[in-house]
Design a protein around this ligand. Structure first.
Ligand SMILES: Cc1cc2nc3c(=O)[nH]c(=O)nc-3n(C[C@H](O)[C@H](O)[C@H](O)COP(=O)(O)OP(=O)(O)OC[C@H]3O[C@@H](n4cnc5c(N)ncnc54)[C@H](O)[C@@H]3O)c2cc1C
Ligand code: SF4
Length: 429
């Protein structure tokens, strides 16, 4: 585990008469709340707070992650602070128990589960695993079920960077296919709170959007997520490119992290058409994965429990149960968490957009050892962090105590290890 980061909070600024809105939530009050989450290392970079306060902008800060930064006085509703306290995943995350779902202790609520891939071979090829989320995104817009889908993609002028995008056509869906292992703040996109949208985002972005909709008494957009091991630093992409001999000053035509195969290769295409690439096991395992931010190591919900639909790699595994990253035709697991998500998947199947076969949630748990183990030992990690005097977010409904106490040795080992590493990191800083 890497160090406990101490990123800067929003920069202090002087008071002006425009600092207060009509109901007196000041930018200073907002900065105090948001800054305390950022300084504690509990900010996930989801971007939801930038919806609540128009003066906050998500920017890559010195530590390489996306963080809220004050760039203007901005406007806030009277209940912005309450909403922030309820919906910020650096403060709290509450697990949902949708009507009609069964509950798996490490994989979350299940209303339906399938092995799935896009029927369109191009979508399947471009997708991270089976292209199921891209196929759903394209179909949601084409069928008129959603006005748009908010997701993530390469920044056109600088594909080293990842930005939030809006999908309204097949071309836009194809351009945003594939996982991007870099900071991006999908929940900062204003279209992500429109109930006529659908949103594809990381679990923290999705839990923030669901909690915010609940706090506003509104129907959330259709929420799609995926299994997520965490967000790497932006500089990890730069260093990976350097290790492949790419001049940092040269512009790139394209950059993708995986897909175009399963799992596919990290690939950068220079303006002259030449390209470099690295296998998934190296790019994720050696360069990107080791730099994930602290909040992701404390995440109770790497499996997208708050979504209506969550996707994962349905990896093949070796005899020891570890995923095998041999190239092949991609297969996603799709989990409908809610009745609404189940209907969307069934309609997409009926429309011929997805090819599916039934699986059991135990089949998915068996090929996702990282998420299984992380949930089982999270109580120890939280305890070890708190023992150093650091704050952790409040997580409810995940039954972490029951899971942790069922694995007492691993619990104690993890708590000790986390405490030692966090203390060592503090003494270095
Ligand atoms: C940061 C990160 C960590 C991941 N960790 C795991 C893991 O631990 N286990 C696992 O099984 N799979 C992981 N994945 C992969 C993800 O679960 C697969 O994308 C999933 O199988 C869906 O595949 P698909 O082919 O259906 O998706 P696709 O059809 O390829 O669609 C992917 C969708 O995700 C969106 N997206 C891509 N990157 C981001 C991002 N950084 N933030 C928000 N939205 C994004 C795209 O816009 C697109 O809509 C991770 C992906 C990311 C981005
Ligand atoms: S976790 Fe999300 S809502 Fe909370 S401070 Fe960070 S960016 Fe803002």
């Amino acid at each position: 585990m890497s160090s406990l980061p101490k990123p800067p909070g929003p920069a202090p600024r002087s008071t002006t008469s425009s600092d207060t809105n009509s109901r007196n939530i000041t930018s200073q009050q907002m900065d105090a709340e948001v800054g305390s989450v950022v300084r504690s290392g509990n900010c996930s970079g989801c971007g939801m707070c930038a919806i609540l306060d128009s003066g906050l902008t998500m920017q890559i800060t010195g530590d390489g992650y996306s963080r809220p930064t004050r760039t203007a006085s901005g406007k806030r509703d009277a209940d912005a602070l309450d909403r922030f306290r309820n919906a910020c995943p650096g403060k709290r995350v509450a697990a949902q128990r949708p009507d009609g779902s069964t509950w798996h202790p490490t994989m979350g609520p299940v209303t339906g589960i399938w092995a799935a891939w896009a029927k369109d071979p191009e979508v399947r090829r471009l997708g991270s695993s089976g292209g199921a989320l891209t196929a759903l995104s394209e179909w949601l817009v084409a069928s008129g079920s959603s006005t748009r889908v908010v997701a993530a993609g390469a920044e056109p002028a600088n594909p080293r960077r990842t930005v939030s995008v809006t999908i309204m056509s097949r071309d836009e869906a194809l351009r945003s296919a594939g996982s991007r292992y870099a900071p991006v703040s999908v929940a900062a996109n204003p279209a992500a709170i429109d109930p006529n949208s659908s949103v594809v985002g990381k679990p923290c972005e999705i839990s923030a959007l669901r909690a915010l909709a609940e706090a506003r008494g509104e129907e959330p957009p259709l929420l799609l997520s995926f299994y997520c091991a965490g967000t790497p630093r932006q500089s990890a992409t730069t260093q990976l490119l350097e290790s492949l001999g790419v001049d940092p000053a040269l512009p790139l035509r394209d950059l993708w992290y995986r897909g175009r195969g399963w799992p596919g290769r990290f690939t950068a295409v220079r303006e002259d058409g030449t390209s470099v690439s690295s296998p998934y096991a190296d790019s994720w395992g050696e360069h990107l994965g080791p730099t994930i931010q602290w909040r992701c190591k404390l995440c109770p919900d790497g499996v997208g429990e708050s979504a209506d639909i969550s996707a994962a790699d349905l990896w093949k595994t070796d005899e020891g149960g570890s995923p095998v990253f041999a190239e092949g035709e991609g297969v996603s697991a799709l989990i409908a968490r809610t009745r609404r998500g189940w209907e969307a998947v069934e309609n997409a199947i009926a429309a011929g957009v997805l090819i599916v076969r039934p699986i059991d949630i135990a089949d998915l748990a068996a090929v996702q050892p990282t998420h299984r183990k992380r949930r089982e030992t999270l109580l120890g990690r939280l305890a070890g962090t708190m023992l150093t005097g650091s704050r952790v977010p409040r997580f409810s409904g995940f039954r972490l105590a029951r899971l942790g106490l069922a694995h007492p040795l691993a619990l104690v080992r993890t708590a000790r290890g986390t405490f030692a590493r966090a203390r060592a990191a503090r003494s270095r800083s």
